[in-house]
Design a protein around this ligand. Structure first.
Ligand SMILES: Cc1cc2nc3c(=O)[nH]c(=O)nc-3n(C[C@H](O)[C@H](O)[C@H](O)COP(=O)(O)O)c2cc1C
Length: 329
């Protein structure tokens, strides 16, 4: 059992309101859902598309924390103000996105390379935003030894929580998380620090949370995409059942069909869904999912996916990349 707080990581293009609602209803076990980033805007305007993701009426029952991607304090403050008007009291700043279109413009992980600008930005937003501000950070843009200077900057502000994904930008999501860097953050920061990275099974969570027993906040991304019952398992509950997976699949598929009204995009999204879920299924199911990934025709795809949903077998203890035992923590 765990008294720690467990958070669903923001995953752009995947963990939107449709996904969150279905996850919360069927599996639960998650204390907060951090929403994928939205861009800020000088007038604080939030697009209709983004509102479908973050407006409270589309997130019934879920504790959501919206995330902003910005390097302009004025835009951040205006957009945070709009979020406050929607009823939110915390906003998260993305300082980790590695994608070249984002980082090359000095946003996300790119902002970590512009330390003076980052300091001035944080001074402004902490001064003028009437909300709690949490940060989600990598440990550097190009090198892990940048992290000391980055922590010096963060330390000066009333940060609600610092979520650390201990990789540099060029690592994207591979390689071993730099636990020494994470330890530095947890030892030095005067505010709560949250660990994020490569927790793919309840066993891995058990090991890492035992090692870092003073850490109360844990964020999980790909582990939950692959095993939606992971947080429930961590809390001593059952692993996912076939019926739950089928319900999860049908709910998400049906809601995307209504929202997107175009077969192709729904097929793409549901391929991604099965790609992640395949990690917790039997070897035979994974071969079937391999076939599914190559189907282009919508009707054929949905027929095959239905077959998999009705017959698949969950293997308890498996998770994203688990058989490779990537990191033993
Ligand atoms: C497809 C994808 C989309 C992501 N989108 C976001 C995002 O919008 N905001 C963010 O802060 N991190 C984003 N991330 C990073 C995750 O939140 C998380 O930090 C990362 O996956 C490492 O955690 P994990 O090992 O538990 O998956 C994304 C990652 C992936 C793979």
């Amino acid at each position: 059992m765990s008294e720690n707080q467990l958070y669903f990581a923001p995953m752009e293009g995947i963990t939107g309101s449709i996904y969150r609602r279905a996850h919360h209803r069927i599996f639960g076990g998650v204390d907060r859902y951090y929403a994928p980033f939205i861009f800020t805007n000088p007038k604080g305007k939030i697009s209709k598309k983004d509102l479908l993701e973050i407006a409270p009426e589309h997130n019934e029952g879920c504790w959501v924390v919206p995330q902003l991607l910005s390097n302009c304090a004025e835009d951040f403050i205006a957009t945070a103000h709009t979020l406050k008007g929607l009823g939110y009291d915390e906003v998260n700043l993305n300082l980790g996105c590695p994608s070249s279109t984002v980082a090359s413009k000095g946003r996300g992980s790119g902002f970590l390379g512009e330390k003076e600008a980052l300091k001035a930005f944080l001074a402004d937003i902490f001064d003028k935003t009437d909300m709690k501000i949490s940060l989600k950070t990598r440990i550097g843009l190009n090198r892990a030894d940048e992290f000391d200077d980055i922590l010096d900057i963060y330390q000066a502000f009333p940060v609600e929580m610092l979520i650390v994904h201990p990789r540099i930008r060029m690592d994207y999501y591979s390689g071993k998380p730099d636990m020494e860097a994470f330890e530095k953050a947890s030892a030095r920061m005067p505010f709560p620090v949250c660990y994020n990275g490569d927790i793919f099974t309840a066993a891995a969570y058990g090991r890492v949370s035992e090692k870092y027993s003073d850490i109360r906040h844990w964020m999980i991304g790909r582990g939950l995409l692959s095993n939606p019952a992971l947080c429930r398992e961590i809390r001593g509950g059952d692993c996912a059942s076939r019926e739950e997976l089928a319900d999860y699949y049908h709910t998400i598929r049906d809601e995307y069909e209504v929202r997107l009204q175009g077969n192709k995009k729904v097929v793409f999204l549901m391929k991604e869904f099965w790609h992640y879920i395949s990690w917790i299924l039997s070897e035979e199911d994974r071969q079937e999912i391999d076939v599914l990934m190559h189907l282009r025709d919508g009707a054929e795809f949905f027929r095959k996916a239905e077959e998999i949903a009705a017959n698949c077998t969950v293997v308890k203890g498996q998770g994203f990349h688990s058989e490779m035992e990537v990191h033993k923590f």
